[in-house]
Write a protein that binds this ligand. Structure first.
Ligand code: NAP
Ligand code: MG
Length: 484
C-alpha cells in the first residue's frame, strides 16, 4: 500500500561529533597506546571507516586492572557515598548536556535510527546515572545488609546493540557501590564508550576509577580471566556467557550474566488490536530487532489471527527504513556484515523448514548492511526460527486457542528473559505474569525500560539483575562474605 505521506529527508547534522582519526585505551585517567593490532570501526549504514581503535593485549589488561585496583584501594572505596554521588550526578548532567553528540555518534557507529538513540538510549543512560547516584549514600537502606561493602575491581564486557546504555547499566551501579571498573565495549561499537571517557574527565573522576579497554573477543577473554578481578559482569550471547561461567568457576570472582532471549509476545482475542499491533512492531522492529528482550515469537489467539496479521502487515508497510541519521527513519542498518549473515541464514532455515516468509517491499541501499522487516507465518514450535535467537527484524508467528496453551508454548524455550501479554482482562494479565518464566513481563506494552525496574533472566538468559535496588546486589558483598 503506498504511503499517504511523503517525507522529505530530515538528516541530523553530524557536525556536532568530533571524530578523531584514532583512539587509544583509557587507563589510569589517560589515553595510552594499545599493544595489540589496531582495528577499524565503520558505519554499518555506509561502510565508511569512522576511526581506528586500539586493541588491548594481556599486558594492557594487566595495566588497566592494576590501575583500577589502585584507585579502589586508595580513593574510591574510601570515599563516602555522598562524595561518590556527586561524581555520578555530574556525569549524568554532562550526559544530558552532550546528549545530541552522544546520540549522533551512537547512530553513526551502531546504525540505529537517531530517533531511538536520541529519545530512548541517551535519556535512559542519563536516567541510569541519576538513579544510581541517588543510591550511593543510601546503600545501608537498600536491603543488602547494614553495612554493605563494595567488591573491588569489576570486569565488564558489553555487546553492540545498546553500546552506551549497556555501559551505563554496568558502570553506574558499580561506581555507586564503591567499585572501580575496567570495561570492554564491543568491537563494532566502541565510539560512545570512548566519548564517555571525555565525560569522566570533564567530571574530574579520579584516575583509574573507570578504565576502557577496546578489542574483540580475545580482549574480553583476557579481561574476565585476569586474576586481579573481583567481579565479572557480562552482557552478550548465551554461548559466550557459558564460556565465561566455565572460566571463572572455582575462582572467588562474582559473576552476573545477561544473555539471549526468545520472548513470547502473546495477543489474546480481547486485546485492543491496534495497540497490540504497535506493541508487536515495537517489540520486534525496535533497534532492528537487535534486542535481547525482543518479542520475536508472536503468539496470537486463533480467532483473531487473520485480523492481527492484516493490520500488522499494513503497519509494517509504513515503516521507513534508511539513513540512521534521518529523523524520520524507523529502521536503520544491521550492525555488522557478520550479523546480517546470521539473520539471512536463519531466515533461509525458516524457508527450508516450510514457514511462509512475508517481507516489506522496499529498496535496500546498495552500501551497508540491511534487512527488511520480515515475518514468518505457519511457524511450528519445532522450527529453528521459533527456538533460536535471530537478533534481527524477523518475527515468527504462532497461534494458540486457550490461555493454558499460550502459557505452554511461551515457556517452551531454553530462554527466559521477557514476555508480553495483550488482553483487556486484568485477571488474565496477573495469571499469565505469574506463570511465565521470564524476568520481565510487560502487559499491554513492550520494551519499556526504567532504571528503577530490575531486568534480567531465568534459565539460559543468565542470572543476576540490573536496574533498581536489585541491581546494587551484584556489586556489594553479601553480609556473609568476608572481606578479602
Ligand atoms: P557476544 O559475541 O557474546 O559479545 C558480547 C561481548 O563479549 C562483546 O564485547 C564481545 O567482543 C565479547 N566477547 C566475545 N567473546 C568473548 C569471550 N570468549 N570472553 C569474553 N568476552 C567475549 O554477543 P554479541 O553477538 O556481540 O551480542 C548479541 C548477543 O547479546 C545476543 O545473543 C543478545 O541476546 C545478547 N544480549 C543480551 C542482553 C541482555 O541484557 N540479556 C543485552 C544485549 C544483548 P566482540 O564484540 O569483539 O565480539
Ligand atoms: Mg561501528
Amino acid at each position: 500500500m503506498p504511503s499517504p505521506f511523503e517525507y522529505a529527508p530530515a538528516p541530523e547534522s553530524r557536525a556536532i561529533v568530533d571524530l578523531k582519526p584514532s583512539y587509544g585505551l583509557f587507563i589510569d585517567g589517560q589515553f595510552v597506546e594499545g599493544h595489540g593490532t589496531p582495528f577499524k570501526t565503520i558505519s554499518p549504514a555506509t561502510e565508511e571507516v569512522l576511526s581506528e581503535i586500539a586493541e588491548a593485549d594481556q599486558a594492557d589488561i594487566d595495566a588497566a586492572v592494576k590501575a583500577a585496583r589502585r584507585a579502589y584501594d586508595r580513593v574510591w572505596s574510601r570515599m563516602p557515598g555522598r562524595e561518590r554521588a556527586k561524581y555520578l550526578y555530574r556525569i549524568a548532567r554532562i550526559i544530558q548536556e552532550r546528549s545530541r553528540e552522544l546520540a549522533v555518534l551512537e547512530s553513526l557507529d551502531n546504525g540505529k535510527p537517531i530517533k531511538e538513540s536520541r529519545d530512548v538510549d541517551v535519556p535512559t543512560v542519563a536516567a541510569h546515572f541519576f538513579y544510581y547516584a541517588g543510591w550511593a549514600d543510601k546503600l545501608e537502606y537498600a536491603g543488602h545488609g547494614a553495612d554493605p561493602q563494595p567488591l573491588g575491581v569489576a570486569a565488564q564486557v558489553i555487546p553492540w546493540n545498546f553500546p552506551l546504555l549497556m555501559l551505563a547499566w554496568k558502570i553506574a551501579p558499580a561506581l555507586a557501590c564503591g567499585n572501580t571498573v575496567v570495561l570492554k565495549p564491543a568491537e563494532t561499537t566502541p565510539l560512545t564508550a570512548l566519548l564517555f571517557v571525555e565525560i569522566c574527565q570533564q567530571a574530574d573522576l579520579p584516575p583509574g576509577v573507570v578504565n576502557i579497554v577496546t578489542g574483540a573477543g580475545a580482549t574480553g577473554q583476557a579481561l574476565v580471566g585476569h586474576p586481579g578481578v573481583d567481579k565479572v559482569a557480562f552482557t552478550g550471547s548465551t554461548e559466550v556467557g557459558k564460556a565465561i561461567a566455565r572460566s571463572v568457576a572455582g575462582t572467588s570472582k562474582r559473576v552476573t550474566l545477561e544473555l539471549g532471549g526468545k520472548a513470547a509476545n502473546i495477543v489474546f482475542d480481547d486485546a485492543p488490536i491496534d495497540q497490540a499491533v504497535e506493541g508487536i512492531v515495537d517489540g520486534i522492529f525496535f533497534n532492528q530487532g537487535h534486542v535481547c528482550c525482543a518479542g520475536s515469537r508472536l503468539l496470537v489467539q486463533e480467532s483473531v489471527v487473520e485480523d492481527v496479521l492484516e493490520r500488522l502487515k499494513a503497519r509494517m508497510s509504513t515503516l521507513r527504513m534508511g539513513d540512521p541519521l534521518d529523523k524520520n527513519t524507523d529502521i536503520g542498518a544491521i550492525n555488522s556484515g557478520e550479523q546480517l549473515k546470521r539473520i539471512r541464514e536463519l531466515s533461509e532455515v525458516g524457508d527450508a523448514e516450510g514457514a511462509e516468509r512475508w517481507e516489506v517491499a522496499c529498496d535496500l541501499p546498495t552500501k551497508g548492511f540491511w534487512f527488511p522487516p520480515t515475518l514468518f507465518t505457519g511457524v511450528s514450535q519445532a522450527h529453528r526460527i521459533a527456538r533460536e535467537e535471530i537478533f534481527g527484524p524477523v518475527l515468527s508467528v504462532l497461534t494458540f486457542r486457550t490461555p493454558a496453551e499460550a502459557l505452554e508454548k511461551a515457556n517452551n524455550t531454553p530462554y527466559g528473559l521477557s514476555a508480553g501479554v495483550w488482553t483487556d482482562k486484568g485477571s488474565l494479565i496477573l495469571k499469565m505474569a505469574s506463570s511465565l518464566r521470564a524476568g520481565v513481563v510487560w502487559a499491554n506494552t513492550f520494551n519499556k525500560f526504567d532504571p528503577t525496574s530490575p531486568f534480567g533472566g531465568y534459565k539460559e538468559s543468565g542470572y543476576g539483575r540490573e536496574g533498581g535496588r536489585h541491581g546494587l546486589e551484584a556489586y556489594l558483598r553479601t553480609p556473609h562474605e568476608s572481606a578479602r
